[in-house]
Design a protein around this ligand. Structure first.
Ligand SMILES: Cc1cc2nc3c(=O)[nH]c(=O)nc-3n(C[C@H](O)[C@H](O)[C@H](O)COP(=O)(O)OP(=O)(O)OC[C@H]3O[C@@H](n4cnc5c(N)ncnc54)[C@H](O)[C@@H]3O)c2cc1C
Length: 419
């Protein structure tokens, strides 16, 4: 029996929200749990949207966080297809798009992020796409299949993770792919130029064209359809469709309007939370892509836009809402799959933060671990087609100890002996 005297409301029906609801019940919370999401689909995982599902290798049903019947079974009240439009912190209530007002004792904001838009002429043409939602992936999947059939051209703005994964899926369908990227290498902000070259080679071998050092300035169309994409160096690239994969912005407007403290833009924006994922209002918490956490391990405010962060911070926030002691200090982690290359990355080492890159293994064969170091301390490690090493890599990152780079780069020295 649900105890109607206590109500925990979760705004955002993504992975963080769904996992928070699951944890509240697993921890024995007996009050009302209300999950409100503006998408019509039940909460789902987004990684397959640019990989298996997009490539036509996974079923649509496989992406959902829980089976539909789970919500009723766990007494989680769902309001789907309903945006929360306002938070009244004084009254402790949220207002929905249909003007329903719901009281909360504790509120979790798990509103995620949204794709950044290209601010150039032509973005209203039919063939211009973004990829965040299942509905976007449904559409893009059909587009890629059609491009493959007709030898059509896809131009992707941005050589980040989503841009590269879509490039891989598109080549799988046989579409012609050009990736336009302002930096000189892919994934620049995450892995820097040293390791970026490996991804340039990988995609070129699979027939992807890169146009580095340039930005899209216009999408040229006729009768509402895309014809070409122009870059700021005066080049025109044939295109039937264009994907804007230029990053995501936190969906924090709701929290901002309610007067909650925000992280500054230099730290990626988002809702500022402490290590227990509590916002500047003690009754309100935030988790997932939207939360900028004061990270106890890294000593900085960090907003992580990755699956594992949604998976783990949703439950951590739920425990904090229940009054448990929480210090969210996970080593940031993500994974990616492109063609026959799979990788996992642990840590945080944007360009400028490291002074050495150590490769352990065979980068030419794409079976290696890359480490980013500062003063011989491991800031991050990425295992490429090498498995079951994440725990060791994370221990190296977590330890903050100085490690001998020669031993680190030598595959005959077991990783676990380096600490
Ligand atoms: C195509 C794609 C591929 C990805 N691949 C990987 C990968 O390979 N590895 C990896 O580590 N990460 C990957 N990610 C990132 C990962 O999916 C995200 O980090 C994760 O989805 C974040 O979960 P979340 O619950 O915080 O936010 P979201 O999943 O964005 O969910 C937030 C939900 O809240 C809803 N919402 C927002 N505002 C409101 C409101 N006011 N009222 C009601 N509802 C609202 C949103 O519509 C959304 O449904 C990928 C992301 C995308 C888009």
């Amino acid at each position: 029996m649900v105890d109607a005297h206590r109500t925990f409301v979760i705004v955002g029906g993504g992975l963080a929200g769904a996992k928070a609801a699951e944890t509240l019940r697993a921890e024995g919370f007996s009050g009302r749990v209300i999950l409100i999401g503006d998408e019509r689909d039940h909460p789902y995982e987004r990684p397959p949207l640019s990989k298996g599902y997009l490539a036509g290798k996974e079923e649509r049903d496989s992406v959902f966080a829980h089976e539909t019947a789970w919500y009723a079974g766990a007494d989680v009240e769902l309001h789907l297809g309903q945006p929360v439009t306002a938070i009244d912190r004084e009254a402790r209530s949220v207002r929905l798009g249909d003007n329903t007002v719901i009281h909360y004792d504790r509120l979790l904001l798990a509103t995620g992020a949204e794709p950044r838009r290209l601010d150039i002429p032509g973005t209203d043409l039919v063939g211009v796409h973004h990829l965040r939602r299942l509905a976007h992936a449904d559409r893009l999947r059909n587009v890629l299949a059609a491009l493959g059939r007709d030898n059509g051209h896809l131009v992707i703005a941005g050589a980040g993770w989503i841009g590269l994964e879509v490039a891989s899926a598109a080549r799988g369908y046989g579409a012609e792919v050009t990736v336009v990227e302002p930096e000189q290498s892919p994934l620049h902000q995450v892995i820097g130029p040293e390791v970026g070259q490996i991804f340039t080679d990988l995609h070129r071998e699979h027939g992807v064209r890169f146009h580095f050092g340039a930005r899209l300035t216009e999408i040229v169309g006729q009768d509402g359809l895309v014809l070409a994409a122009r870059t700021d160096d005066g080049e025109e690239h044939p295109a039937h469709d264009v994907l804007a994969a230029i990053g995501a912005a936190p969906r924090s407007a709701l929290a901002d309007a309610a007067g909650l403290a925000m992280a500054d833009r230099a730290h990626g924006g988002g809702i500022a939370v402490d290590a227990s994922l509590r916002t500047s209002d003690p009754h309100i918490f935030a988790a997932g892509d939207v939360a900028a956490v004061l990270h106890p391990l890294l000593g900085t405010r960090l907003r992580v836009e990755h699956w594992a962060n949604a998976l783990n911070s949703g439950p951590a926030a739920a425990r904090a809402m229940l009054g448990q002691e929480v210090a969210y200090d996970r080593v940031p982690y993500f994974f990616s799959d492109q063609y026959d290359l799979g990788l996992e990355y642990s840590g945080w080492a944007p360009p400028g933060s490291y002074d050495q890159v150590v490769i352990r293994g065979d980068a030419g064969k794409r079976e290696f671990i890359a480490f980013w170091l500062k003063d011989r301390k491991v800031l991050a490690g990425m295992n490429v087609n090498v498995w079951d090493v994440t725990e060791h890599i994370q221990r190296l990152v977590r330890s903050g100890r100085r490690i001998d780079p020669h031993a680190l780069g030598d595959p005959s020295v077991p990783l676990e002996t380096l600490l």
